[in-house]
Design a protein around this ligand. Sequence first.
Ligand code: SF4
Length: 457
Amino acid sequence: MKYIINYENKIKKVLNEKVYKYYIDTMGCALNENDSMKYSGILSKMGFEKAENIEDANIVLFNTCSIRENAEKTLYGRLGALKNRKKTDENFYICVVGCMSQQKHILEKIKESYSYVDIVLGTHSMQYFAKSFYNVISLNKKVVEYVEDKDELTEEIPIIYEEGVKASVSIIYGCNNFCTYCIVPYVRGREKSRKTEDILNDIKYLAKQGYKEITLLGQNVNSYGNDFKDNSYNFVNLLKDVEDIEGIDSIKFISPHPKDFSDELIKYIATSKKVSKQIHLPLQSGSSKILKLMGRKYTKEKYLNLVDKMKKIIPNVSFSTDVIVGFPNETELDFLDTLDVVEKVEYNQVYMFIYSPRKGTVAEKMEGHISEKIQKERFQRLKKLADEIIYKKNDEYVGKIYNILIEGKSKNNEDKYTGRTADGKIVIIDAKPEDIGKEKEIKIVSNNKWYLTGEII
Ligand code: SF4
């Protein structure tokens, strides 16, 4: 906590004990959401309160994503919208953190076009936020810092978990794979596994707080432990240790890489009582030619063999995936290969994206970029197929009974409650507040395409 405590009182003094409110706008993946919970911990430790909306906040923190162009445009749009307020409100501060701020060309763009931004901190600098904010308010200066990737991880960061029965815990940061389209290795650095005891302590703490389901997070969770001096402890060992923690009923993980999915891991999932049988297995493309250009290190055949092996060994296994459409040099035949894999695997969920060139990646410089028209047309065809498969599979649940953990209120309907089948299907239920956190026997009564409806029996 030393990174914060040193500044907590200094900041209070400069602000004359005024209690500022903060608002965090999170873009991107589950890892960014986890980082935002840490920024919430830091800002609370600095003595600030959470604002319900951006209008009520004195400090707005944009936790950015750089995975696609749209994400970047989103940030610039939101910064533009705050320009006037920054001019008129002296108790208002704008901070930009996350993956965009770990790129030098973006730091330059912010300095040039959004010079009214107070703090810009990259993915390796969270621990310097309190010091940076103190410098901004006491020295009236901007803090725009680029910090190179470091070998060690900073553990002493307070975190405020979202209320509920489910929580995510980061286990490994960074990525060594350098898929040719991906910016992550450049902005999140090399793979660094957290100490096992720190992870287990976090989960024991969450279990004591009443959390029932834990999702283990990392760009490549099945690389966990590869960077430890002695390679004696790996991802399966970690799953076993998490499974032993009392109070935790369900364990999920995201994202594994297909090339690192070991037989040991498959066998463990098959026999585990707590590890989810719903596996997120990013495909990206069904064409071996495109997979090679992407640097994914597996082929269409290898991926399908892995899925077949899991279907044979893991009871009730189901899959979700990520697919990129319109990668450079993707022909109609390549795209048909993608549709073929989607048809064969029958995913419960397909997260699909149109290829977006990222500055500094290998693919950005590739020849053979596909026209937007063709990219969009293929995206629609993939979406149509994936939706049809999901809808058809949903029918198989109707009339059956499942044990389902009531997770909380439905996001779309305050009067309803929500939970998921073991293989990840969302179920909307009539329930009572006291049912939250409890497992109930539920009969599925209807298929509503994106979710199922169920009744407590
Ligand atoms: S495995 Fe590939 S796609 Fe995933 S984070 Fe690493 S480089 Fe990016």
